[in-house]
Design a protein around this ligand. Structure first.
Ligand code: TXA
Ligand code: MG
Length: 355
C-alpha cells in the first residue's frame, strides 16, 4: 500500500501565535493547506481506512470507531491481539453522548477540568458501539485529545475515532512522526505529520464504572488531581507484572508484553549514587564482553522530562543497535514517576536489580 504522508505541523498553536511575524495572511494560507490535507485524511476515515495522527500524548492510529471492519484493520496493521480494547477519541465533550449514556456529575467535572487533555474515561458503552472497538467489553474508553490536528481530523471525519498508539504491537509508543513512519509506512493509508508529542506517555485511563474510580493506567494526570476535582478517593492499579497472573486484567492492554526495545533491558533501582555506580559497573562489565550498552538515566526529580523522553530514548537506542539497555529507576512515590516506571518496567519485561 502507498501511504500518503502529509506535513500538517502548521495547524499547531505556536505557529498561530507566531503568525504576526510573517503575516496573518500567510499563516491563514498555510493553515488552509494543512486543512486540505486533513480533509483528505478524514475522507479516508469515512471510507473505512486508517490514518495515523499526532496527539499530545503519543501518535494514534485511527479508524472510524463505529466501523467494525475498519477497527479490525487497525488490529491487523499493528499486529495487535483483538481482545485489547481501543480508546475512542472525540472532538468535543458533547460527542460523548454518541458513545455512552452514563454521563454522571463526576464525568462532567472531569471532562471540564481535564479535556482536551491526557485523561481517558472508561464508561458503560452504548449498544451501537461495536464490540470490536471495545475488545468485547461493555464499556468504552473515551478521550478528547489536546492537539489541533487530532481535533480537526475527528471533526472533519464526523465520527469518533478509535485509536491505539500508532506503533507496531510490542514496539515503544511513537512520540515523533518519524517513529510512525518507521513502523507503519506502506501499511496504512495516511500519516499526518504534526509536532512531537508534548507529554510522551499515554493518557491516564480512569475506570468510572464502579463506585470507586480506579486508575487502570497511570499517566501525567495524577490520582491527586482527579481526587481534587471529584472529591472522592481514587484507587490505583499497581505496577505489577500482570503477565504473570491468570487473572482477567481490568485494562486488557496490561497483560501483553509492551513497549519492548529490541535490546535486552535491565532496570537498576535504589539510592541515586548506588544506581549510578551499578550502571557504570554493569556497563564496563558488558562492554568488556563485547556488548554494546545504552544507558537511560534521567535527572532524579525530572519526572515530566522523563515521561517526555522515555519512549523516544528507547527507539534511539534501538537505532544504535545496542545489545543491552541499563535504565535507572525513578521514584514511584511521585505519581508521574510511577507512570514512567509503569512503562519502564514493562519495557524491561520486569527485569530489575536493586542496589
Ligand atoms: O494517550 C493515549 O491514550 C493514546 C493516544 C493515541 O490517545 N492511546 C493509547 O491507546 O494509548 P492504546 O490502545 O495503546 O491503549 C489503550 C489502553 C489499554 O491499556 C486498554 O486496555 C485500555 O486503554 N482500555 C481501552 N478501553 C478500555 C475499556 N473499555 N476498559 C478498560 N480498559 C480499556
Ligand atoms: Mg499502546
Amino acid at each position: 500500500m502507498e501511504t500518503k504522508i502529509f506535513d500538517v505541523k502548521k495547524m499547531n498553536n505556536e505557529f498561530l501565535e507566531e503568525a504576526y511575524v510573517y503575516g496573518v495572511e500567510t499563516a491563514q494560507r498555510d493553515i488552509e493547506a494543512a486543512q486540505k490535507d486533513i480533509r483528505i485524511a478524514a475522507d479516508v476515515i469515512k471510507g473505512g481506512g486508517l490514518v495515523a495522527f499526532p496527539t499530545e500524548t503519543v501518535y494514534g492510529l485511527g479508524a472510524d470507531a463505529f466501523n467494525a471492519d475498519a477497527v479490525k484493520d487497525v488490529y491487523k496493521a499493528k499486529g495487535r491481539p483483538s481482545d485489547n480494547p481501543m480508546i475512542v477519541h472525540i472532538a468535543r465533550a458533547s460527542d460523548m453522548g454518541q458513545l455512552t449514556t452514563t454521563i454522571s456529575a463526576d464525568v462532567v467535572k472531569l471532562a471540564d477540568s481535564f479535556w482536551p487533555g491526557p485523561l481517558t474515561m472508561v464508561l458503560p458503552k452504548k449498544d451501537d458501539v461495536p464490540k470490536t472497538t471495545t475488545g468485547g467489553l461493555d464499556t468504552v474508553a473515551i478521550r478528547l485529545p489536546d492537539d489541533p490536528v487530532a481535533i480537526e481530523l475527528i471533526r472533519m471525519s464526523e465520527t469518533p475515532i478509535a485509536a491505539p498508539s500508532a506503533n507496531l504491537s510490542g514496539k515503544p509508543s511513537p512520540t515523533k512522526a518519524e517513529h510512525v513512519i518507521a513502523d507503519l509506512d506502506g501499511i496504512i493509508n495516511v500519516i499526518l505529520v504534526g509536532n512531537d508529542s508534548r507529554v510522551g506517555i499515554e493518557s491516564t485511563v480512569l475506570d468510572l464504572t464502579a463506585d470507586q474510580p480506579v486508575v487502570l493506567r497511570p499517566g501525567i494526570i495524577t490520582p491527586d488531581q482527579i481526587e481534587a476535582v471529584i472529591g472522592k478517593k481514587v484507587a490505583v492499579a499497581g505496577n505489577t507484572a500482570m503477565a504473570d497472573t491468570d487473572e482477567a486484567p481490568k485494562a486488557p492492554g496490561m497483560k501483553y508484553k509492551h513497549y519492548s526495545p529490541e535490546a535486552e533491558m535491565l532496570v537498576v533501582e535504589g539510592q541515586r549514587n548506588k544506581v549510578e555506580n551499578e550502571i557504570q559497573r554493569l556497563k564496563k562489565l558488558n562492554e568488556g564482553l563485547g556488548r554494546k550498552v545504552g544507558v537511560i538515566l534521567f535527572e532524579e526529580q525530572a519526572f515530566i522530562e522523563a515521561a517526555h523522553d522515555f519512549f523516544a530514548k528507547l527507539r534511539e537506542l534501538d537505532g544504535q543497535d545496542v545489545d543491552l539497555i541499563l535504565a535507572g529507576a525513578l521514584s514511584d512515590r511521585d505519581a508521574v514517576g510511577f507512570a514512567v516506571m509503569n512503562r519502564m518496567m514493562k519495557s524491561a519485561g520486569y527485569n530489575i536489580v536493586k542496589v
